[in-house]
Ligand binder design. Structure first.
Ligand code: HEC
Ligand code: HEC
Length: 466
């Protein structure tokens, strides 16, 4: 009796296995339709796997520290870190804009306390990029001037390169973002103001003096660092680690394109698949917005290119613009001193770009369509550009900086127009807008990170709805 039961069980298992086997083999083709086969081949060729987010903690060599990140979040929103007392990271890197700018060109000190469309004050020089996913950027800033020599922001063994005065002095820190956090508090037009006298180290010492004089911050850092608990000072490395840890938690790199690449064939609609195929193929986007190797699947080669973006010159600025008319931005040349690098800017990483209100290093475009259409015929787009048509704020309405010197140095990759039919253009835009958007980056979700009260007891900035 018992052996008969066992025999029946074996037959059942074998039969079930056979059923599963045939379903697997003759059921819906795992590789999907012809469109799917083409797109999967294009992704494989481009080096895209859709698995980058999962590498974060492994490359960090530890789990994220949520408590440390939360201290970073509070600092992010607290004007205690800005010696001018009216700005902080969140004034420019706003939660409802993917922790990027609400403006075309950033407004730093002497602002009106508002973060959103109605922010006002003197302009700086460029738009604040989104810090979401910057954990994976091997080079930071629009001209890539802060970079990991190894090509990997998680690997400091070859050093982190910064322009003077920092130079290589920040190379001992764990991640490029920890090093980067040493810079913004020392920027006069961003948060420091002009009243405080002293160099960058003196400014940092003053910021630390403020934090160390605030019992709530001492308690928060003390929970994480035993040496603070034992009475020692909060250091700038601790500040940088807290800020960077918060930034690391802003990793939202699980978009429909990632799920698709991992085998979820219905993560993209047919329209988005066609758009993706254009992006990785005929439209040539991936030539610069690359995903292979050191680009960490961030849709950027992290190199400088001159794509003939219109030169917006604010009528009221506290920064020094380039060129004889002080109405230009020389981009990468500022770093290398090489005139061949004039007007080159880092290829913009494209993940979650749909949540941005403006586009390009100076927000010259106010729609994703506009920013993408620019690429199709850059010379034509630059000559026909009008700030009024884009609806730029009055202080950015022109006159524009020079045009012909920009076209003289145009990147050869965009010298020939990219020919797309109108329907193809719509598919391409739809892919960039929706296929690269991780739902966790949406404004309604990130707004929840705005603290209700700050450890310093200061009044938070006013965050408008987008
Ligand atoms: C006045 C506005 C402003 C403030 C305040 C500000 N930033 Fe920025 N941030 C910018 C701008 C503009 C850039 C790009 C500048 C450039 O490329 O020259 C930038 C770039 C960055 C980047 C590099 C992003 C990338 O894509 O490469 C990081 C990271 C960053 N900021 C973090 C911070 C942190 C942390 C704070 C607060 C301690 C802060 N920022 C304060 C405007 C601001
Ligand atoms: C020659 C290299 C190159 C090619 C090819 C290219 N781009 Fe770009 N793209 C850039 C650079 C560089 C920037 C940033 C320019 C600036 O701000 O000065 C940029 C910016 C953008 C932006 C604005 C993003 C932001 O955050 O402001 C979008 C969107 C974009 N590209 C999409 C595309 C699409 C879609 C294609 C294919 C049709 C494409 N690009 C082809 C280099 C390129």
């Amino acid at each position: 009796m018992r052996s008969r039961n066992i025999l029946a069980l074996i037959i059942l298992v074998v039969a079930w296995g056979a059923v599963l086997g045939t379903t697997y083999a003759s059921g819906p083709d795992r590789r999907g339709s012809r469109l799917d086969r083409e797109l999967q081949a294009a992704l494989a060729q481009a080096g895209f796997s859709g698995t980058i987010e999962a590498t974060l903690e492994e490359r960090l060599g530890r789990a994220l520290d949520r408590r440390l990140a939360d201290v970073g979040r509070l600092l992010w929103f607290d004007t205690i870190i800005g010696l001018n007392d009216d700005n902080t990271c969140a004034g420019c890197h706003a939660p409802a804009a993917g922790f990027g700018d609400t403006q075309s060109i950033a407004i730093g000190i002497e602002n009106n306390g508002v973060v959103g469309p109605n922010r006002a004050g003197p302009r700086n020089m460029r738009r604040s990029p989104m810090v979401i996913n910057s954990a994976f950027y091997p080079a930071l800033m629009w001209n890539g001037r802060f970079f990991a020599r190894s090509g990997d922001p998680f690997d400091n063994r070859a050093g982190f390169s910064f322009p003077p005065p920092e130079g290589d002095s920040l190379s001992g820190l764990d991640h490029l973002l920890v090093a980067q956090a040493f810079i913004p508090p020392t920027e006069r037009t961003e948060v420091t103001g002009f009243a405080f006298e002293g160099d960058s180290d003196a400014i940092r010492a003053e910021v630390l003096a403020r934090l160390n004089a605030t019992p709530a911050y001492r308690r928060l850092f003390g929970r994480i660092y035993p040496e603070v608990r034992a009475g020692g000072p909060i250091t700038f490395a601790m500040f940088g680690q807290a800020i960077a840890e918060f930034e690391l938690t802003l990793t939202f790199a699980n978009a429909p394109i990632d799920r698709y690449a991992r085998g979820e064939l219905d993560a993209l609609s047919a329209e988005l698949k066609r758009g993706a195929l254009l992006f990785f193929g005929k439209a040539r986007c991936v030539q610069c917005h690359s995903v292979a190797g050191a680009s960490n699947e961030m849709f950027s080669d992290f190199r400088g290119h001159n794509i003939a973006v219109p030169q917006i010159a604010p009528s009221h600025t506290n920064n020094a613009f380039d060129g004889p008319g002080a109405n230009e931005d020389f981009g990468l040349e500022q770093l290398t001193g090489d005139p061949a690098d004039r007007y080159k800017f880092r290829t913009a990483p494209l993940r979650n770009v749909a949540v941005q209100p403006t586009f390009m290093h100076n927000g010259a475009y106010t729609s994703l369509e506009g920013a993408i259409r620019h690429h199709l015929d850059v010379a034509e787009a630059l000559r026909r550009y009008s700030p009024a048509v884009q609806g730029l704020d009055a202080d950015l309405a022109g006159p524009l900086g020079p045009i012909e010197p920009v076209l003289d140095r145009l990147d050869p990759l965009l010298a020939e127009p990219i020919a797309l039919r109108e329907a193809e253009f719509r598919q391409l835009v739809a892919f960039v807008r929706n296929g690269l958007l991780d739902p966790r980056a949406r404004p309604e979700r990130l707004r929840r990170l705005i603290p209700e009260a700050l450890p310093s007891g200061r009044q938070p900035l006013v965050f408008e709805d987008p």
